[in-house]
Design a protein around this ligand. Structure first.
Ligand code: HEM
Length: 177
């Protein structure tokens, strides 16, 4: 039987966009990086946990480059998961700073527009001792909107760094390729 990806169905495909804005921590305060990005989402079937929970699985990988010098400033992979019975959405994130995040939430679908909202506090973050001590992620929240061939997201990662809890934000609008 075909997998029911529910609210994740519209993600499957490749999106790119160059309207990204990153606000990142800097020893002197704040660094702002306009960026372009490509995200590839692939349907990966479904899984059954403990013979009772079924999750639809969408895997993604994304690349972010700074507009001013084309430097690769962010790479990320993970899964969007959907539990049809609980109508719960889970977003897992792995970034190559030795930090992983598991954020949970829900989807709303209205007039064909899908909005995914996920968040976690520090309990959903796994990070190395170094990052815990020097650049600790303390929470993460994200809203992603899929409207046909347009994908928009806004996310906030709170990072305890350089003596303060910094609001590291990223937002972009992408189009299906
Ligand atoms: C489009 C998304 C993102 C972009 C473009 C981005 C970009 C950046 C940049 C440019 C820095 C500053 C690096 C430096 O000069 O030291 C940074 C720092 C950091 N980011 Fe992100 N980031 C993104 C998402 C995330 C996410 C989702 C997380 C956590 C799950 C995260 C965690 C961190 C941490 C912990 C730091 C502090 C490391 C440091 O500055 O020394 N970022 N990010």
């Amino acid at each position: 039987m075909a997998v029911d990806y529910g609210p994740l169905q519209g993600l499957i495909g490749t999106f790119s966009g160059d309207k990204g804005t990153d606000i990142a921590p800097d020893p002197d305060g704040t660094e702002e990086n306009p960026y372009y990005e490509t995200i590839v989402f692939s349907g990966a079937g479904d899984v059954t946990n403990a013979e009772e929970q079924t999750l639809a699985v969408v895997h993604y990988v994304l690349h972010v480059n700074r507009k001013t010098d084309n430097a690769a400033i962010h790479h990320q992979t993970g899964y969007w998961l959907w539990d049809k019975v609980k109508d719960e959405v889970v977003h897992s994130i792995a970034i190559p700073r030795a930090v992983c995040v598991l954020a949970t939430g829900s989807a709303t679908v209205s007039s064909g527009i899908v909005v995914l909202n996920v968040s976690t506090d520090e309990s959903g973050v796994v990070q190395t001792n170094f990052m815990h001590k020097k650049a600790k992620t303390t929470s993460f929240k994200m809203e992603m909107k899929i409207e046909g061939d347009t994908l928009h997201y806004a996310e906030t990662t709170m990072v305890d760094i350089y003596g303060k809890n910094f609001e590291h934000t990223d937002t972009n609008t992408l189009s299906r390729v």
